[in-house]
Ligand binder design. Structure first.
Ligand code: PAF
Length: 279
């Protein structure tokens, strides 16, 4: 497996593959890889002639009071895991390479990024779209793989890729969970045993709402309340029922809906969601 740290080297490596008609899958990550990331890598390896993973903890998507400094970093172990999945190259620029001195250009999506996490984390999606645009420019992927746990991120990136003609196919793959339902996240490492127990309320809430929807409930307030009822000691940021494509809040569940949750377990902000078809 190749380790590449500069965009021009990355592009040369990938242009050589494209020149030979090889398709390229990209899995963008911030490292601290878990089974969720590895499921994306497996798909990227399977569905493309070659696959690249990027590892970069992106400072521009963290707010000033957020966890950029303490975000888990495990570069050596991450490389071993990626190699075991068949990733051919890791793209891991340092922060100064990604953001040269006097960097002053950003990419901003102005509709889908406004609500949910965009409301609670001002500037977050601007950082995400900027870094993902830069990753697309360096890696020139045919397809890029993202997890549904960050459903809003997927929607924003898909919109950006379309609006800016990246010509990259955006693939969203299902949430990977622990046996007890906790959605995998690099931030789960921050949780104390008690907080982890509390965090399970999110999954219980989503399951309760899913059952209600299956039984025919359509009133968004009822469905949202069913989630909140299970969330005990967690501090809720938002629980919202939205149209999964437009991310517009719904009063009545219809079509493909996204039930999105963000909550704090102690000092750790967790997100999770359920996407389902309602007839
Ligand atoms: O989902 C993530 O890990 C990050 O937001 C991403 C897409 C790698 C951009 O930094």
């Amino acid at each position: 497996m190749r380790l590449i740290e500069r965009p021009e080297e990355m592009r040369a490596w990938v242009m050589d593959r494209h020149g030979r008609g090889v398709t390229v899958g990209l899995v963008p990550t911030m490292g601290a890889l878990h089974e969720g990331h590895l499921s994306l890598m497996r798909a990227a390896v399977q569905e493309n002639g070659t696959a690249v993973a990027s590892i970069f903890v992106n400072p521009t998507q963290f707010g000033p009071d957020e966890d950029y400094e303490r975000y888990p970093r495990a570069f050596e172990a991450d490389c071993q895991k990626a190699e075991a999945e068949g990733i051919a190259a890791i793209y891991a620029p340092d922060a100064r390479t990604m953001y040269p001195l006097e960097h002053s250009t950003y990419v901003e999506e102005e509709a889908l990024s406004r609500g949910l996490c965009g409301r609670s984390r001002p500037g977050h999606f601007r950082g995400v779209t900027t870094v993902v645009a830069k990753l697309f420019n360096a890696v020139l992927p045919t397809r890029a793989y993202f997890g549904q746990k960050d459903a809003q991120q997927c929607a924003v990136i898909r919109r950006m890729a379309r609006d800016l003609d990246f010509g990259v196919e955006i693939i969203e793959l299902p949430i990977v969970r622990e046996a007890d339902g906790l959605a995998l996240s690099s931030r789960n490492q921050y949780l104390s045993p008690e907080e982890r127990q509390e965090a399970l309320g999110i999954h219980r809430g989503l399951r309760a709402a899913e059952a209600l929807l299956k039984e025919g409930a359509r009133d968004a307030a009822t469905v949202v309340q069913a989630v909140k009822d299970e969330m005990g000691g967690l501090r809720i940021d938002y629980v919202e029922l939205l149209d999964a494509h437009t991310l517009e809040p719904l009063a009545t569940a219809r079509g493909t809906v996204l039930l999105a949750v963000a909550a704090w377990a102690g000092g750790t902000r967790l997100i999770d969601n359920l996407k389902t078809q309602v007839i």
